[in-house]
Design a protein around this ligand. Structure first.
Ligand code: GCO
Ligand code: MG
Length: 402
C-alpha cells in the first residue's frame, strides 16, 4: 500500500481552514487540519511544494517514521508553519490507520480512559453584567466549565469579547486591526468579574480566564493572587512564554493554576515549564504541535509531573482538529479539560463530524478513524479570504502583545 495523492483544500465557511487530504492506493482516505490562523497560505505552500512530492509512493502505515522524516528531513526544525504541515499529515495518517483497523482512533491509542471529555465554553460580554448573563447561558447549556472574559471600562476593545456571543472569531480584517491596551485598567477590573460570577452563580462551576500574553511576570503574580479566592480552574497565557524562567517568579507568588502552550509547536517549547512544574495545564494542540504522534509525547512528559492537558480548541482549530483532539482526550491518562469554541453552522456543514455535545461533555463518536470528513463540493463554494489577527498597542502607541 502506498500514498497515491496528497491534496490541500482551502475553504472559508465563515473563516479560513486548510485541510490536508491523503489518498492511498487502496482508496482509503484520511484528513488532517493544517490551519494556521492568519498564515494559512504559508502552510499550503509548505505542504504542496515540499511535503507532497517527498511522500508520494511511501507506505502510509509508517506514520512514526514519516513524522521523523518530515521533522528531521527539512533540516530547519520546528516553527508553526513546519509543524502545522507535519501535524496535518500525521493526523491524516492516524485517520487512515484507524480506518484500516476499522476502529475509532482512540482505540489505537490505548482505548478510552473516561466516558466523555469535559469541555469549557466562552462566556464574554462588554460589561460585567453582560458577561454574567452569558455565564448563565452556558450554565443552561449544561457546561461544567466556563471561560469568562469581559470588556474593560475606557478600553475600546478587549481580547475575547465579541459581538457574536456563541461564536468568537478574532481574525477580523486582511490587514491587522489595531487595538489599544491598558494593563492598569485591566488589572483593576478583572477580579470584580470573578467576584460577581461567584456571587451570582455559586461555586459549582469551573471558571477559567485567558490573559492572552499581556502581563509581565510580576503583574501575573498579582493577578493570580487577587483571583485565588475565586478558585479558578486556570489562568491562561498570562505572560509570553518564550522566557520560560519567568514562570518561576509567578509560581513563587500564587496558587492560581496556570495554563500555557496554545502557540507551542514541540515538546522543546514546553520542556522546562513541564519539568520544573511551573504550569498546571499544557495547551498544545493536535494541529500546531505535531499531530497525534507528537502531542502524546508531550502529554506523557507532562504526566510525569502531574501536569494535565487542556488542548487549544479555538475556532481556528477546524472540526478536523476537534475530532482528532477528542479521540486523544478520551484516551490521554492525564486529561484535564478541552477547549470548545463552537464553529458556525456553515463550518459544521463543510466538515460533517461524529462528535457530539451533551451536558458539558463532548464525545468523539465511534466511527472508524477520527470521525470527521470534508465535503469538498461545499468547501469549494467558500473561497479563501485573506484575514489577519489584530495587533495591540499601549495607550502611547507602543506595540504590545496581542
Ligand atoms: C484561545 C486562544 C484563541 C486565539 C486564537 C488565535 O484560548 O482559544 O487564545 O482565542 O486567540 O486561537 O488564532
Ligand atoms: Mg488562549
Amino acid at each position: 500500500m502506498q500514498i497515491e495523492e496528497i491534496s490541500t483544500i482551502v475553504t472559508c465557511p465563515g473563516r479560513n481552514f486548510v485541510t490536508a487530504k491523503i489518498t492511498c492506493s487502496d482508496g482509503t482516505t484520511g484528513i488532517g487540519d493544517a490551519t494556521l490562523n492568519g498564515r494559512e497560505m504559508a502552510v499550503v505552500a509548505y505542504l504542496d511544494e515540499h511535503v507532497r512530492p517527498a511522500l508520494l509512493g511511501r507506505d502510509p502505515r509508517r506514520s512514526e517514521e514519516i513524522w521523523h522524516y518530515l521533522y528531521r528531513g527539512a533540516y530547519w526544525r520546528r516553527g508553526p508553519v513546519t509543524m502545522s504541515a507535519i501535524s496535518a499529515i500525521d493526523t491524516a495518517l492516524w485517520d487512515i490507520k484507524a480506518k484500516l483497523a476499522d476502529l475509532p482512533l482512540y482505540e489505537l491509542l490505548g482505548g478510552r480512559s473516561r466516558d466523555a471529555v469535559m469541555v469549557y465554553g466562552h462566556a464574554n460580554g462588554e460589561t460585567i453584567e453582560d458577561t454574567l448573563a452569558e455565564v448563565g447561558r452556558y450554565i443552561e447549556l449544561g457546561y461544567k466549565a466556563i471561560r469568562a472574559q469581559t470588556g474593560v471600562p475606557d478600553m475600546d476593545s478587549t481580547y475575547g469579547v465579541s459581538g457574536d456571543k456563541l461564536y468568537y472569531e478574532p481574525a477580523d480584517a486582511a490587514i491587522p486591526t489595531e487595538n489599544v491596551w491598558s494593563t492598569t485598567r485591566y488589572l483593576d477590573h478583572i477580579p470584580k468579574l470573578f467576584e460577581a460570577i461567584r456571587e451570582q452563580y455559586g461555586w459549582e462551576h469551573h471558571l477559567l480566564h485567558d490573559v492572552h500574553h499581556r502581563l509581565t511576570p510580576i503583574e501575573t503574580a498579582r493577578l493570580g493572587k487577587s483571583l485565588e479566592t475565586y478558585r479558578m480552574f486556570w489562568l491562561e497565557d498570562a505572560t509570553p512564554a518564550e522566557n520560560q524562567e519567568a514562570f518561576r517568579l509567578i509560581r513563587q507568588h500564587t496558587t492560581t493554576p496556570l495554563a500555557v502552550g496554545e502557540i507551542f509547536n514541540t515538546i522543546w517549547d514546553c520542556k522546562d515549564l513541564i519539568s520544573e512544574q511551573l504550569i498546571d495545564y499544557i495547551r498544545a494542540s493536535v494541529t500546531h504541535a505535531g499531530g497525534i504522534t507528537h502531542l502524546r509525547r508531550i502529554a506523557d512528559l507532562a504526566g510525569l509531573y502531574q501536569i494535565r492537558t487542556g488542548c487549544h480548541g479555538a475556532t481556528d482549530n477546524s472540526p478536523v482538529c476537534m475530532g482528532a483532539a477528542l479521540h486523544f482526550d478520551l484516551w490521554v491518562p492525564n486529561f484535564g479539560i478541552q477547549e470548545y469554541m463552537r464553529h458556525i453552522p456553515e463550518t459544521d456543514a463543510v466538515f460533517p463530524h461524529a462528535y457530539t455535545f451533551k451536558d458539558g461533555y463532548l464525545h468523539p463518536g465511534d466511527v472508524p478513524g477520527h470521525g470527521v470528513d470534508i465535503d469538498e463540493t461545499l468547501a469549494a463554494i467558500h473561497p479563501y479570504k485573506p484575514m489577519s489577527l489584530p495587533i495591540n498597542r499601549l495607550e502611547d502607541g507602543t506595540l504590545w502583545h496581542w
